[in-house]
Write a protein that binds this ligand. Sequence first.
Ligand SMILES: *Cc1c(COP(=O)(O)O)cnc(C)c1O
Ligand SMILES: [Zn+2]
Length: 417
Amino acid sequence: MGTYVRQLRCTLCGEISAPDDGNEYTCTRCGPTGIREVEFDYEAIRRVFSRASLATDARASIERYLPLLPIEAEGRLPPLQVGVSPLYHAPRLAKELGLAKAWVKNDGVLPTASMKDRASYVGVARAMAQGAQVIAAASTGNAGVSLSGLAAAMGLPAFIFIPATAPEAKIAQLGIYGARLFLVKANYDRTYDLCQQAVARFGWYNRSAAVNPYLVEGKKTCGHEIAEQLATDMPDWVAMSVGDGCSLAATYKGIEELHHLGICERLPRMLAVQAEGAAPLVRAWHEGTEQIVRLEDTHTIADSIDVGMPRNPVKVLRAVRRSQGAFVGVSDEAILDWMPRVARTTGVFGEPTAIAAVAGIQRAREAGIIGGHESVLAVVTGSGLKDVKTAMRAVAPPATIEPSLDAVEAALAAPRG
Ligand SMILES: *Cc1c(COP(=O)(O)O)cnc(C)c1O
Ligand SMILES: [Zn+2]
């Protein structure tokens, strides 16, 4: 096979298995919690992938990082352009946060408007290579939307399970892309369990990033891009919101890989941010355990991280620890406060979950975790257009006026919302 995957290692029992041994999912010994880590042959990768090869690679997509992905470059790749999202220097946001320097990386511009496209790219490529007839996922919204978009581009049927409470825009995206949609009258955690049962019953390809170790590898490309875009200017911290834990763990792995391959000079610390109303990982972090207590009643406007039972706790807790990072929780009020502030200082409009990362930076500043002399990159993981209803709550309602100059003058004199 034409990939550089060397082996897979179970994160719980350490068992090593060969790539393409017919098991796409968790460790057969440990069961569903035995999530495996995909390990690559970096010595072989070094021969085809370097600072010099990147410098002459004109592809502005995650195809730049194909040797570091578990898909064959010769196979059928999704035609949508995923990756190489913009990274902006944000001096005015830095000032509001009391920081020396800040950047935002906007994954809201990916094809289906969230970071999940990075994982779906790998998911549909692998499903196609294996001749799968259906690819399925459970999702709070974005993973399902993303899978349906990427699968549509490949001509592969997608079956999606999401909570019926998902924001309208996400449900609309799913409908438009033509996914077979199961809107479940339950929270994400129960929706997830139902999808796993259906996959087992019907034999669909499972895109759930926690179960399928290959999917997380796609999300690494966020880290690859950060490492390439800030090769000589790596920030002290990278802040991201965390639900299941796949995105942050993968982003850090991507940065570590490019550091190992000599492409960036140093490693950042990772700031993992959860919503206070759904923060089982913050709790586990402070208790110093990898055992998660499942929360039945979670509540937050950050719907993409409204997760009471994170499915990838081990990888994310270990990634944050390896990076000497930290976990913080943020309130919905803080998220609503930062949505317009981020947009007004950077021009980037993020969904509530994405902006939680910025609220987390402020929280970490107040807690003395991040100092004022430090630099921070916030990954904006999804577009604000995904949840317009919440955005409207974050700003004063606009006034309408009569079509006259007098009305314009009167409006100019009125205080601004
Ligand atoms: C899924 C998602 C996250 C969190 O990713 P996890 O892997 O669940 O931790 C963050 N932001 C957005 C916009 C997402 O869709
Ligand atoms: Zn195991």
